[in-house]
Design a protein around this ligand. Structure first.
Ligand code: NOJ
Length: 512
């Protein structure tokens, strides 16, 4: 069906954490050939594109978010030829490909940093943010790094501190230096020329910084500097990135704007001349409660609407506990699929949520991530054999709970499984202009435990979405007429809606 919306508005994007997707060479770490092997899973499911977390050469201090070369592939994942094959085969299936671009910082092993640290006069010294110690000694300001400790590390050889908002192995680039901007633009062009459709831009709100580097407020410093860095310097940089992408023809940027206030996030869309899309994390942190979600939706509509900015919705990713784990029940995970795929905006699915995967429990001797995020990165089980479709029984992280019964093969055999529910919802969305592009109006259906909204676009029937977020009793709702098109709790439920929702049930109704 031809869409008249830009592709990044009508798409559903599937996030792949490549280390954890599928290993084909037996080293226990997922690779690009493993992604290529399972592209048919994505098309069967019905998503429109994939975002690959970083696959560039990296010492892996932050599992790829410490990039040592933006224009190559780490051997653990494959090589450029493997990437070219993956992009080609994805495109053959009509899938868009987004790469994860990490502009705020490089690895300390990047040749730029290696050169910059040789002396205070080094040609590339100003690619990074070096400062003298504070008067009286110590770091230049009180900024805290994301994984703990000061955001500054002292370099003995040159007697200055360098800034790193994350690990010491991730020095921050100095985007105020036009040579940094030009060099980073070149890295985007490299991948655009190889055919990628867009980029997820890692902590993009951090690239503009207050040149005076003032202290963060004392009462907020424990938040770390990352969610506090909201600066006007970032916006001209984003406008120039947007021009680059638009000039390259229909390429898209979705920014990780890690600010905890939706009104602030909205500013990074600019006047439709900065990021195409921004992640908005407050809903990801909201509990599974109708009142919390009503206020998140109201907030998102109110803050983004006046700018014409298009929302995004994310329930899980590689940095946070999976929502199946946070919400606590299968019923909630199924109802959450209805919510995610019927909201107004572009949804992002995190690989494994379509299987209802929970976080793994990681024994202390298997913890590898400095940020403690291993649990949501457990490997995807493809079948119920001992290797679960990987080239080894022993991947880099343990298998997630219930890996046998939640493997792709097993769930494919059960049309009532959560996997089929995701597929059904993706098809419903694809074929309904109201769900893809319509307006969203919150409804009061007379029960505080039921989140209800109406989606409506010209040329398509309106859809009512009812999400019962309490799991104890069945409830009756008022004023909702329509034909049931999908139920999270009763897979075969069809026909005229009788006003009753089972405990934890979410439904999509086609309004009469
Ligand atoms: C956000 C990424 O999602 C996270 O995984 C990473 O550790 C930080 N940015 C630093 O790049």
């Amino acid at each position: 069906m031809p869409f008249d919306e830009p592709w990044w508005k009508s798409s559903v994007i599937y996030q792949i954490y490549p280390r954890s997707f599928c290993d084909t060479d037996g080293d226990g770490i997922g690779d690009l050939d493993g992604v290529r092997r399972h592209l048919d899973h994505l098309t069967w499911l019905g998503v429109d594109g994939l975002w690959l977390s970083p696959v560039f050469p990296s010492p892996m201090a932050d599992f790829g978010y410490d990039v040592a070369d933006y224009c190559d592939v780490d051997p653990v994942f494959g090589d450029l030829a493997a990437m070219d094959s993956l992009i080609g085969e994805a495109h053959d299936r009509g899938l868009r490909v987004l790469l994860d671009w990490v502009p705020n910082h490089t690895s300390d092993r990047h040749p730029w940093f290696q050169a910059a640290r040789t002396s205070r006069d080094a040609a590339l010294r100003d690619f990074y943010m070096w400062r003298d110690p504070a008067p009286g000694g110590g770091p230049p300001n009180n900024w805290r790094a994301a994984f703990g400790g000061d955001a500054w590390t002292f370099d003995d050889a040159t007697g200055q501190y360098y800034l790193h908002c994350f690990l010491p192995e991730q020095p921050d680039l100095q985007w105020a230096n036009p040579e940094v901007e030009a060099a980073m633009h070149d890295t985007l062009r490299f991948w655009i020329d190889r055919g990628v459709d867009g980029f997820r831009m890692d902590v993009i709100h951090l690239i503009g910084k207050d040149p005076a580097l003032p202290d963060d407020p004392d009462d907020l410093v424990e938040l770390t500097h990352v969610p506090l860095n909201h600066r006007p310097e970032t916006h001209p940089l984003l406008r120039r990135l947007r021009t680059l992408l638009d000039d390259a023809g229909d390429r898209m940027a979705v920014g990780e704007v890690y600010l905890l206030d939706t009104a602030q996030v909205a500013e990074y869309y600019g006047d439709d001349d900065e990021l195409h899309l921004c992640f908005n994390f407050p809903p990801l942190f909201a509990p599974w409660s109708a009142s919390a979600w009503r206020s998140q939706i109201r907030r998102t509509e109110a803050e983004l609407g006046p700018r014409g900015a298009w929302p995004t919705w994310v329930l899980s990713n590689h940095d946070n506990r999976r929502h199946r784990t946070r919400y606590g029940t299968d019923a909630a995970a199924r109802a959450a699929a209805v919510l995610l795929l019927t909201l107004r905006g572009t949804p992002f699915l995190y690989a494994g949520e379509e299987l209802g995967l929970q976080d793994g429990t990681i024994a202390p001797d298997r913890v590898v991530d400095p940020g403690g995020r291993d649990g949501c990165r457990c490997p995807i089980p493809w079948d119920d054999s001992p290797t679960h479709g990987w080239a080894t029984e022993d991947p880099w992280l343990p298998w997630p709970p219930e890996a046998d019964v939640r493997s792709v093969d097993r769930l494919r055999q059960d049309p009532e499984s959560i996997l089929w529910l995701y597929r059904e919802l993706l098809a419903l969305r694809r074929h309904s202009r109201s769900l893809r592009a319509g307006t969203l109006e919150l409804l009061d259906v007379g029960n505080d435990d039921v989140l209800a909204y109406r989606r409506q676009a010209d040329g398509d029937a309106a859809r009512l979405v009812l999400v019962h977020m309490a799991t104890t009793d069945e409830v009756r709702v008022a004023g909702c007429a329509g034909e049931v098109e999908c139920s999270s709790a009763v897979p075969g439920r069809r026909g005229a809606f009788d006003g009753v929702l089972a405990p934890g049930e979410a439904v999509v109704l086609r309004a009469g």
